[in-house]
Design a protein around this ligand. Structure first.
Ligand SMILES: C[S@@+](CC[C@H](N)C(=O)[O-])C[C@H]1O[C@@H](n2cnc3c(N)ncnc32)[C@H](O)[C@@H]1O
Length: 305
């Protein structure tokens, strides 16, 4: 509940009843239990936490300032996400379904249709306030009631959280029975966001992370060619000790990403920039034994015994 310029817990069982438990930063309520979060109250409750992102720092230069044709050449539209989000939307129940975007400080590549769909009630949060978020929160403790949303989208976020398993449990908790989850998480991608980058997942590891969900679809997002392009960029950065030559090499070798189209999916399941998972909150949890049989890559299983 709101109390003056801050929010507090109104439930008698809640420990956070002090008037300033949840301060306002700009127009965003900060719904974080700082005792349990790696985020620091002092850092967040400052203007730098607004619209810049305390994890990534303020960006003076942004690709968004460049012409559209250049942006779509440099960073092509994520057609995999577009297709998956269309599927997610088609599976949602008819009347005003609630969709929660975790780590939604920016609109992710390929998920724009969610924001344009007037049928949806879209809620987004991040660890900083942005024009597309309603509140500030830590994904390890989503400040929403159990079974209160119809779908969760978590794109390019699980690599940045300290305990992804815990975040997925939170996603499971806030989803209604049969609720949908859509995740994209990197596998072969260089460190980004400096000290705030903690995890990578193989396709099987990603599936096991979402083991309490039934699978609807899964696959690679950026294939081996794109992954190689990123590696060329970062190799040149390392050799030249500077970001700019890496970017120039990336422009020169842009055609590598078209090779993705020539690689069969099974090989991309062993070598991709990221994997997606679209699933439904399930009753059955995938067991450790089942995850071995689950493998979707191109390698022959090693003979046992
Ligand atoms: C690579 S960006 C992706 C943003 C957006 N999903 C997209 O695809 O454009 C990762 C986002 O995760 C957010 N993030 C990192 N840790 C978080 C946490 N514990 N809780 C909520 N968001 C977090 C970051 O602030 C950042 O906005």
């Amino acid at each position: 509940m709101a109390s003056g310029p801050s929010f507090r817990c109104s439930s008698p069982s809640c420990l956070l009843q002090a008037n300033d438990s949840f301060p306002l930063v700009g127009r965003w309520p900060v719904l974080i239990d700082f005792e349990r979060s790696i985020l620091r109250r002092g850092n967040l409750v400052s203007s730098s936490a607004i619209e810049s992102g305390p994890l990534t720092g303020s960006r003076r230069w942004s690709i968004d300032r460049l012409p559209v044709w250049f942006r779509s050449w440099w960073k092509p539209v994520n057609r995999v996400a577009q297709r998956n989000v269309d599927q997610l939307r088609s599976l949602l129940p008819g009347s005003s379904p609630v969709v929660l975007v975790v780590g939604g400080g920016t609109i992710g590549n390929g998920v724009e249709a969610l924001y344009a769909d007037a049928r949806l009630r879209l809620i987004a949060f991040d660890v900083y306030g942005s024009p597309v978020t309603q509140f500030i929160a830590d994904a390890h403790q989503i400040p929403l009631a159990d079974a209160s949303v119809d779908a969760v989208v978590v794109q390019a976020v699980l690599e940045h959280v300290l305990e992804p398993g815990h975040v997925v449990e939170e996603i499971h908790r806030v989803l209604r029975e049969d609720g949908l989850a859509y995740a994209e998480t990197p596998f072969l991608q260089q460190v980004h966001a400096g000290p705030y980058d903690f995890n990578r997942y193989t396709s099987s590891g990603h599936r096991y992370l979402f083991r309490s969900f039934d699978e609807i679809a899964t696959g690679p997002v950026a294939g081996p060619g794109t992954q190689l392009l990123w590696s060329v960029d970062h190799l040149v950065r390392g050799l030249m000790r500077s970001e700019l030559p890496g970017k120039l090499a990336r422009a020169l070798f842009f055609w590598l990403r078209f090779l993705d189209r020539l690689v069969p999916t099974a090989f991309a399941m062993d070598n991709a920039g990221a994997y997606y998972f679209l699933g439904r909150r399930g009753a059955h949890e995938l067991t450790p034994g089942e995850i071995i049989d689950y493998y979707r890559g191109a390698q022959q299983p090693a003979r046992r015994g």
